[in-house]
Design a protein around this ligand. Sequence first.
Ligand code: ADP
Ligand code: MG
Length: 389
Amino acid sequence: MNIHEYQAKGLLKEYGAPVLKSGVAYTPSEAVDVAKELGGPVWVVKAQIHAGGRGKAGGVKVVKSLEDVEAAAKELIGKTLVTHQTGPEGKEVKRIFVEDGCAIKSEFYISFLVDRATSNVAIVASTEGGMDIEEVAEATPEKIDTYTIDPAAGLQPYHCRKVAFGLGLSGQAAKECQKLVASLYATFMEKDAAMLEINPLVLTQDDHMVVLDAKMSFDGNALFRHPDVRELRDESEEDPKEIEASKYDLNYISLDGAIGCMVNGAGLAMATMDIIKLKGGSPANFLDVGGGATKERVTEAFKIILSDDNVEGILVNIFGGIMRCDVIAEGVVAAAREVAISVPLVVRLEGTNVELGKKIMAESGLPIISADDLNDAAEKVVKAVKEAA
Ligand code: ADP
Ligand code: MG
């Protein structure tokens, strides 16, 4: 789960990280009220969307009067911002953030993430802040330092010193940076974050460290123990299909292809997506219906897949191990009747009672295309979509 910049800064502040005075606003007049409270003379009005790259896309405005705060707010609220992280369709700005202006001496980058390769939390730091870190990694990888933290020992003072000196800081600023690293780590660990990225972390003209941007995401499996974090969820930023799927315990991720997939088991779902690609198609989603592929869940899964306008065909690939294939086939047939599927539907079943399952589908009178194995299924769905187009 992702949260907004202003929410992340709120959490970081609780842990003692230095952030500027600020407030969130939903209307231009609220923005002016916040600005009055802050006092100026320089304010920064920032679009709050779950995506970075706002600065380059015109979503961050430095202003010097209350009139300009209002004008910036009017321009941003309701605007669809297209950044390199939103995709071409962009994201509508529904809230903005008004923050004190900051006199910046230099901009750095720091992030905390779970490094799967080492099974550790890693700190990634760079002197090249304010830019796209992917570009820095590509062009000048030597300017990125990575420190891994042993989970049993936790963050040690020497990690903090290495980060501060690696960024070229000294004196008071280096001390502030060390304290900041400790507070970022504490936030990351205690809130079960998956990622915390500060870009830029800045050194101000008067040599203080300030968190100027903050991006944070959380491990969905740990949200049950963080009611405060759950409250920060902004469903309007999420894909409505994914929200619907989560209500039925379906693991669904929307993608931009044309073939909807319904599969039981995450590994099988990955394999199914791969083979669709191999056969020249592209998956519209990842969908794991889980162990209990009941009629209700299959029906909901069909509804969610079909609510995606890009879907031109569906591939159901279910392995009946504990679930019997005849039960699954009955579920698929009943769901297909209820939802009135309007695109080619290819079903591949394998496992216990597979012959009975195929018979149920064949005798259903529905135009279900039955497949024998994964290869056959992927070829059939790609061909059916091409012919229907
Ligand atoms: P994004 O990463 O989405 O582009 P940022 O919050 O990083 O958004 O802002 C982009 C740039 O705008 C920063 O790199 C910084 O130079 C400038 N900026 C952001 N907030 C402030 C602020 N409060 N005062 C001065 N400059 C700011
Ligand atoms: Mg940024």
